[in-house]
Design a binder for this molecule. Structure first.
Ligand SMILES: Nc1ncnc2c1ncn2[C@@H]1O[C@H](COP(=O)(O)OP(=O)(O)OP(=O)(O)O)[C@@H](O)[C@H]1O
Ligand SMILES: [Mg+2]
Length: 317
């Protein structure tokens, strides 16, 4: 991991369940805050645990101060889904005839339970945090849900772009046909077209930020074992296909090198073999290696310890 990671505007922490995403994201955020950056740490994992890590009641609507220069926010997937659909209803009200209204509203309420609705809503909030709500911060750190969910979330703008483009194209044609039929050359007012093109612009702005290496970084967290390594490789490949390039790894929970008993010597030998694999598979990525602490990272002291380890690794380069 290079020092420049601290110069980014947006840093995502992703990885398999339980590998230490929340711990690493929190410790990294703390480390940046200590260096004087104004940091907002955001959890988009429906199973939040920033509150437990910082021993502070986070959640509800608001942003909570958890340390000097460091605020935290747990995005509530359920509330965002309803907020998002209310926004959709608002747009529809302006565009649908009153005879269709009741049915349209019923369809939107049903959509709350459809697959993808939560992702769309979480993504929408993520976009507004990055594009509109972050003026007071130098750095946004995202603690995300386990890999599959995150990959879907990050590749949404691309999908949405194509989907909205298709709709826009059809609307444009329809509007042109209308003006042709009316014979007056005037393009009719089309609020739906305006809504769609605003959506398109927002998605494009978000995409520009996600793909800008100097603004955004993606950090994959893993432990030196078979499954997390495989899952990380696959996810990195999948994201690369969408032009999202992962350049940083946190390799977490490394055993101390001086263990003496036979059981732990054997674990250590295995770990060394997996670390060699990590070097081989991810040779073009920066690595930060973090020690396994004797207990869980559930106190401020332990979190400070992880933050200090990250800081030491960052200043190596
Ligand atoms: N370096 C470490 N040393 C000791 N314990 C650790 C270390 N890193 C993380 N842990 C512990 O491992 C557990 C999982 O960590 P964490 O919650 O950060 O993982 P996660 O990837 O965010 O999990 P989830 O996928 O459930 O969100 C926690 O109990 C945490 O305290
Ligand atoms: Mg977590």
């Amino acid at each position: 991991m290079d020092h420049a990671l601290l110069e980014r505007k947006v840093v995502f922490f992703a990885g398999k369940g339980g590998v230490g995403k929340s711990t690493s994201a929190s410790a990294f955020a703390l480390c940046a805050a200590r260096q004087g950056k104004r940091v907002l740490l955001v959890s988009t994992d429906p199973a939040h645990n920033l509150g437990d890590i910082f021993h502070a009641p986070i959640g509800g609507e608001g942003i909570t101060r958890v340390a000097a220069n460091l605020d935290a926010l747990e995005v509530d997937a359920h509330r965002e889904t309803h907020r998002y659909l209310d926004g959709v209803k608002e747009n529809i009200r302006r565009t649908v005839s009153s005879t269709m209204m009741e049915e349209a509203m019923r369809q939107i309420d049903l959509a709350a339970h459809s697959p993808g609705a939560t992702e769309a809503a979480l993504f929408d909030r993520m976009v507004s945090l990055i594009l509109e709500e972050s003026q007071d911060y130098d750095l946004l750190v995202f603690d995300t849900a386990p890999t599959g969910h995150t990959v879907r979330l990050l590749t949404l703008p691309e999908l949405m772009g194509t989907w909205v483009d298709g709709l826009l194209k059809r609307r444009r044609k329809r509007n042109k046909d209308y003006s042709h039929w009316l014979g007056d050359g005037e393009v009719p007012d089309d609020p739906l077209y305006d809504v769609l093109s605003r959506r398109r612009q927002r998605a494009a702005a978000m995409r520009d930020i996600l793909l800008d290496d100097s603004a955004t970084a993606f950090v994959f967290v893993l432990v030196p074992e078979y499954l997390p390594i495989t899952e990380t490789r696959n996810a990195i490949r999948e994201l690369a296909a969408w032009d999202i390039h992962v350049r940083h790894l946190v390799v977490n929970k490394l055993l101390p090198a001086d263990v003496t008993d036979a059981f732990f010597r054997e674990r250590l030998a295995r770990e060394e073999r997996w670390l060699d694999r990590i070097d081989e598979y991810f040779h073009d990525l920066h690595q930060v290696r973090l020690p396994l602490l004797p207990g869980d990272v559930d106190s401020r002291e332990a979190l400070d310890q992880v933050a200090a380890a990250i800081e030491a690794e960052l200043s190596k380069r």
